[in-house]
Design a protein around this ligand. Structure first.
Ligand code: GLC
Ligand code: CA
Length: 554
């Protein structure tokens, strides 16, 4: 049944609230997406991952679902959704929906029932426990700061929420819950969806007895719910009853997952998922997973290379940005300097040439950057909770928290898409739900569409270059100069053909003694400067953020 079409896919991620508003209420919506399908197609991508559009009270912008089978009215109707899918399919674009089933909204009827009494038939849909005296059942922490437990007077018990209080964790140990998930998947497959991105899927199984987590000042309990062994049984079951029956792609958001455990979830013969979105790369520049530091390129390359070398039968996912990460040009380089464009293009080369399915997050293709917000301007629950918690328990650290959030806050990626330089960046006719990055006059789609040297045009070029290219899709990966602190150099090869990719991650020129590369008849095929060195011999100089791809046939 499975064609594994995703191996030659380039994904575009849409965060609907911030993509395009069609009806002048300041909120992006499905008809806005429909308006922009030509644009999406024009990028050359052939698949879309759509962040949640289900009914939701929006405590976490749609990642708290109150009806898994319907569309949130602010985004449109189920008919709008069907129309969108039909047009995407007509244009050869697959659509993958978000499946958020580690938790639901507390406003979901299941939870409303579950709360009512200890013997309610839905009680076991969630994880309820007695407290320890006046304290929560264990010391696990919410990913959004504070305890992962909320006391409910009605039955004098606590429920588990690894995210916000309005996101109670579903109890996957209950077969009825798993049956619900299967039915939800099949419902959307029958409506035409091509797959799912499974939200925090690594957290679904909690260790028997919910043991106390080992000490950690920020995140406690992980060792008892990240990729806990029963997850494999659960995924097998869903795979058998749903995913394997369709020509689907299932990609799991794999928070906390280590490389050595990845293949257990994605090896083709295990019948679980097709791929995972790993976070080891995204954590390289965060000390203790929290404090942003300057990118250590050697560490970064080491992790990328390790994931590139996944065994046969395990497929990789490639990304720098999504709705939870800061903008890559602000994170990995100097987005405000004179080489902003070169930087954005170099980053594109540095991951688009790797093995795996690449994802482009909306706005990345025009080089959108982080936004400077005042503390009270953040909209994201995560940042708000962190600020509140720090203010309450560690007030002297508040200024530090503000500084950190500037760099890492998820809101950096959630500002409205910059379509043009006119009012509200062409995103909406009215003032949008969230602040627009003031750089929209210079950084927008319309300007870049008419400039052949723009970031957008470069993205189109590299997507085109990649699609259907056997060397990039299936070729082997080999890294050169792993100890070089400035350059990321790797080779992709298939039989006698190979590409050598050289990316300068520094904002200054860097020399490379290229003798190890054995560059007989290397031909330049793509670069982010108009006049890059045509061929390399013994040595070469890479200009600030220069990226070059050479082709060699022997
Ligand atoms: C995932 C989503 C994130 C959300 C969280 C809880 O990490 O990407 O946006 O807050 O799960 O659903
Ligand atoms: Ca709207």
């Amino acid at each position: 049944m499975k064609t594994r079409w995703y191996k030659d896919a380039v994904f575009y991620q849409i965060y609907p609230r911030s993509f395009k508003d069609s009806n002048g209420d300041g909120i992006g919506d499905i008809r806005g997406i429909i308006e922009k399908i030509d644009y999406i197609k024009g990028l050359g991508v052939n698949a879309v991952w759509l962040s949640p559009v289900y009914k939701s009270p929006n405590d976490d912008n749609g990642y708290d679902i109150s009806d898994y089978r319907d569309i949130n009215p602010e985004f449109g109707t189920l008919d709008d959704w069907k129309e969108m899918v039909a047009i995407m399919h007509e244009n050869g674009i697959k659509i993958v929906m978000d499946l958020v089933v580690n938790h639901s909204s507390d406003e979901h009827p299941w939870f409303q029932e579950s709360r009512k009494s200890k013997d309610n038939p839905y009680r076991d849909y969630y994880i309820w426990r007695k407290g320890v005296g006046k304290k929560p059942p264990n010391n696990w922490s919410s990913r959004f700061a504070g305890s992962a437990w909320k006391y409910d007077e009605l039955t004098d018990e606590w429920y588990l929420h690894l995210f916000s209080e309005k996101q109670p964790d579903l109890n996957w140990a209950n077969p009825a819950v798993r049956r619900e998930v299967i039915d939800i998947c099949n419902y959307w497959f029958e409506l035409g969806v091509d797959g799912f991105r499974c939200d925090v899927i690594t957290y679904i199984s909690k260790a028997e007895g919910l043991p106390k987590g080992k000490f950690n000042p920020v995140l406690r309990g992980d060792e008892h719910f990240v990729a806990e062994p029963k997850i494999h049984n659960y995924l097998n079951e869903i795979n058998k009853e749903s995913w394997s029956k369709y020509d689907s792609m299932i990609v799991g958001e794999a928070a906390g997952l280590k490389l050595e455990d990845a293949c257990l979830l994605i090896a083709e013969d295990r019948n679980e998922m097709d791929s995972v979105i790993q976070f080891e790369t995204a954590l390289v520049d965060l000390k203790m997973n929290v404090f942003p530091t300057k990118l250590n390129l050697r560490k970064f390359k080491k992790i990328q290379s390790a994931w590139q070398n996944l065994p046969e039968g395990c497929w990789n996912t490639l990304f720098y940005e999504n709705h939870d990460q800061p903008r890559s040009i602000s994170r990995y380089g100097n987005a405000d300097g004179p080489y902003r464009k070169e930087l954005a293009k170099m980053l594109a080369v540095s991951y688009m040439m790797l093995r795996g399915t690449p994802y482009i997050y909306q706005g990345q293709e025009i080089g959108m950057s982080n936004i400077a917000l005042k503390p009270d301007e953040y909209a994201d629950i995560m940042t708000k909770r962190i600020f509140d918690t720090v203010k309450k328990y560690f007030p002297p650290l508040y200024p530090l928290a503000v500084k950190i959030m500037k760099k890492v806050a998820r809101d950096n990626a959630r500002t409205p898409m910059q379509w043009n330089g006119l009012a509200h960046a062409g995103f909406s006719d009215v003032s949008p739900w969230f602040k627009i990055n003031p750089n929209f006059g210079d950084v927008n789609v319309v300007i870049q569409e008419t400039n052949p040297n723009s970031i957008l045009m470069f993205y189109k070029k590299i997507v085109e270059f990649r699609k259907g290219n056997e060397i990039i899709i299936n070729g082997e990966y080999k890294e050169y100069f792993p100890n070089n602190r400035s350059l990321y150099v790797f080779e992709r090869s298939l039989k006698q053909k190979r590409y050598i990719v050289i990316c300068n991650f520094k904002e200054h020129s860097v020399n490379l003694n290229a003798i190890d590369l054995h560059a007989m008849n290397a031909q330049l095929v793509l670069s982010n400067y108009p006049n890059s060195t045509q061929s390399f011999t013994n040595g070469m100089t890479l200009r600030p953020y220069e990226a070059v791809i050479y082709y060699i046939e022997s």
